[in-house]
Design a binder for this molecule. Structure first.
Ligand code: SAH
Length: 425
């Protein structure tokens, strides 16, 4: 949901306006960064105001944790390819809400190695007779290039996304690319024949190396494949996870639930301070990666399950299971009422709610604070400098007598019309 600027958090004219020559020349056309016109401290103040506006009714909001060097933090970069004027290939980003490719060779937030690799691939295309894909005519070969880089390991993955598996002089192309960029550790070919805006197709072949890269986060090694979700700002991800885990106040004994766990990063990072960890995630590939990651790091007290987090929590509550701490990190749409109701019934001492959307987080906090929980603190973290996005960790604690309160409330609600109850969230 795009955030609407309000008068209150619009940058004041003339104050902390970023000089035009410093702004990205593609600002507005590209649409990736919305705050290119603000100096970095002003962006932080803008995000702080936004989180305070939404979350201060529930608890105090600590000052946002920003980046020391807020540039080139994106470890995952993808470029679209298309024929430019005269047919020569261009690479870059789609212009906001169109399918026109704006040529971009370097970006203030993307990894610089990744940008250089993409430019060199474009320059190699002519001599290898590789044509850029023309969406309108449905002709041509190279659609996208995706590069992922392990921040701590330096390992680099290049994915060539093509419209057909037939890639001219494939082996020579791979050799030439490795000669230019010996830092590349794996190259994949992904064939995407679909007419969708999804970058990656189903068909994936490894052309060089192991087909995945690894990265180190919070002292643990994680495997990253072409499709798996992995946070895109490694420096701030450590800040976020450390904040979340320290707020959880783990004792080493409790059962910890990591809901919406992705490849298991939060649960695994918390596992050494917990009795056991249970992770749940909808995406089966991510669950497979989470299990591999646990094994790779010799973590024996974590289990991961594929499924809807709401259904999983409901089953846990019905079976009379208990948990000391629940971490939840849902997508932008927030959590579901099924999940939140089951969470209140499960009744963990502490809930650590990580969210990339303070609007839906505020909505979910309204529910939890009406069902036996008290929000103690909110900590915003700037994971995405120059964009309008902000991540926030909120710690909630079970209120004393909360069981009685929830029972009273449920009894009252049972008397109310069921339709009214369903529409509440
Ligand atoms: N905690 C992880 C991932 C957060 S992104 C990390 O920090 O890397 C949110 C995750 O929720 C995604 O992996 C997405 O696949 C998953 N998800 C979305 N809807 C879900 C649902 N209904 N039940 C379980 N997981 C879901």
């Amino acid at each position: 949901m795009p955030h609407m600027e309000t008068k209150q958090n619009k940058p004041a004219e003339g104050w902390a306006e970023r000089p035009r020559q410093d702004r990205c020349p593609h600002f507005r056309k590209c649409g990736g960064c919305q705050l290119q016109n603000m100096e970095y401290p002003r962006q932080l103040a803008w995000k702080q105001a936004r989180v305070e506006r939404l979350l201060s009714p529930f608890c105090q909001v600590a000052p946002i944790l920003g980046m020391e060097h807020p540039y080139h933090y994106r470890n995952k970069v993808q470029a679209a390819f298309a024929p430019g004027r005269g047919g020569a290939p261009v690479s870059g980003v789609y212009q906001s809400s169109t399918h026109r490719v704006v040529p971009v060779d370097s970006c203030q937030i993307e990894d610089e190695t990744a940008d250089r690799i993409i430019v060199d691939i474009r320059k190699m295309m002519k001599s290898f007779r590789i044509t850029p894909y023309d969406e309108a005519a449905e002709r041509g070969l190279l659609r996208h290039v995706l590069v992922k880089r392990g921040f701590s390991t330096g390992q680099v993955m290049v994915v060539l996304v093509t419209s057909s598996p037939v890639f001219p002089s494939r082996n020579n192309f791979v050799k030439a690319l490795l000669r230019l960029h010996p830092e590349i550790t794996t190259i994949l070919l992904n064939v995407n024949k679909m007419h969708t805006s999804l970058v990656l197709g189903e068909d994936e072949r490894v052309l060089y190396g192991p087909g995945y890269i690894e990265d180190v986060l919070c002292g643990l090694t994680f495997r990253i494949s072409a499709k798996s979700f992995y946070q895109i700002n490694p420096v701030q991800t450590e800040v976020l996870y450390r904040t979340a885990i320290s707020l959880a106040g783990l004792t080493g004994q409790e059962t910890v639930v990591d809901a919406y766990c992705g490849v298991g990063t939060i649960g695994l990072a918390a596992s050494r301070q917990a009795g056991r960890v249970i992770g749940v995630e909808l995406n089966r590939d991510a669950v497979r990666d989470a299990i591999t990651n646990a094994r790779r790091n010799r973590i024996a007290n974590a289990r991961f399950y594929a499924g809807d987090a709401g259904e999983f929590m409901t089953a846990m509550a019905q079976e009379g299971e208990s948990a000391g701490v629940v971490f939840l990190d849902p997508p932008r749409a927030g959590s579901s009422q099924a999940f939140l109701s089951a969470l209140a019934r499960l009744g963990p001492q502490r809930v650590v709610y990580i969210s990339c959307n303070p609007e839906t987080q505020a909505r979910d906090l309204r529910f939890l604070t009406a069902h036996g929980y008290r929000a103690l603190t909110a900590q915003p973290v700037d994971m995405f400098p120059w964009t309008e996005h902000v991540e926030t960790v909120v710690l909630l604690q079970k209120e004393e007598n909360s069981l009685k309160k929830v029972q009273q409330r449920t009894a009252r609600e049972d008397m109310a019309a069921p339709e009214a109850r369903r529409g509440r969230l």
